[in-house]
Write a protein that binds this ligand. Sequence first.
Ligand code: ADP
Ligand code: MG
Length: 198
Amino acid sequence: MIKERTLVVVKPDGVQRSLIGEITGRFERVGLKLVGVKMIVPTKEFIETHYTIDPEWRRITGEKTIKSYKEKGQTPPSEDPLEITGIILNHLKNYMITGPVVAMVWEGVHAVKIVRKLVGSTEPLSSDVGTIRGDYVIDSYQLSDKDGRAVRNLIHASGTVDEANKEIDLWFKKEELIDYKLVQDKILYDVNLDGMLE
Ligand code: ADP
Ligand code: MG
C-alpha cells in the first residue's frame, strides 16, 4: 500500500480554544505519523493561494453550500456557486489571519481519507458526533452568513491526495518534513506480525 501525506491546519479558533493537543492526539491515536509541524500567522495572499490551489475549489464549495441550504429547506444567498465562493474566500482571508495557526503533515496509508473522516464535514451543525468538528464547536452557514464571516470549524484538512500534495508543497519546504520510523509502524503495517515472541 502506498503511504499518503496530508496537510492539517489548526485554524486560529482551534489555537484560541486550546485544542492543539486534542486535535493532534486524535491523529496520533489512529496510527498516523507526524512528519512536519510549525506555527505561523498567515497573510491574506497566502490564504488565497492556499484555498485556490485546486482550480475546482470555487465551484465545488459553492455547489456544496447551495446543496446544504436546500437540504434544510432554506434559500441559499445566491444560485451562483462562484459568487458564493467569492464571498467565502474574502471571509476566509479575514478569519485565517486573526492569529497563529498550526500546520502539520500527517503520514500513513489512506492518510487523506482517514484525516477527513476524523475531521468531519465542513459545517459543524451537521458534522457527525465523534468527529473533531462535531465534538468541539458549534456553528452553521446560517449563523456565519448572518454575521458576515467564514464558518468557524477549527481545522483545515486536505480533501484529496492531489490537493494534499500541492498544499504540502505550499506550506512546507522539503527539509522541514522528516522521514523516520515509529515503533508502532511494525504493528500497523507488518504483513505477518512476526518477531513479537522471544
Ligand atoms: P473543508 O474545510 O471542509 O474542506 P471547503 O474547502 O469547502 O471545506 O471550505 C473551506 C472553508 O471555508 C471551510 O472549512 C469553512 O471555514 C469555510 N466555508 C466553506 N463553506 C462556507 C459557507 N457556506 N459559509 C461560510 N464559510 C464557509
Ligand atoms: Mg477544502
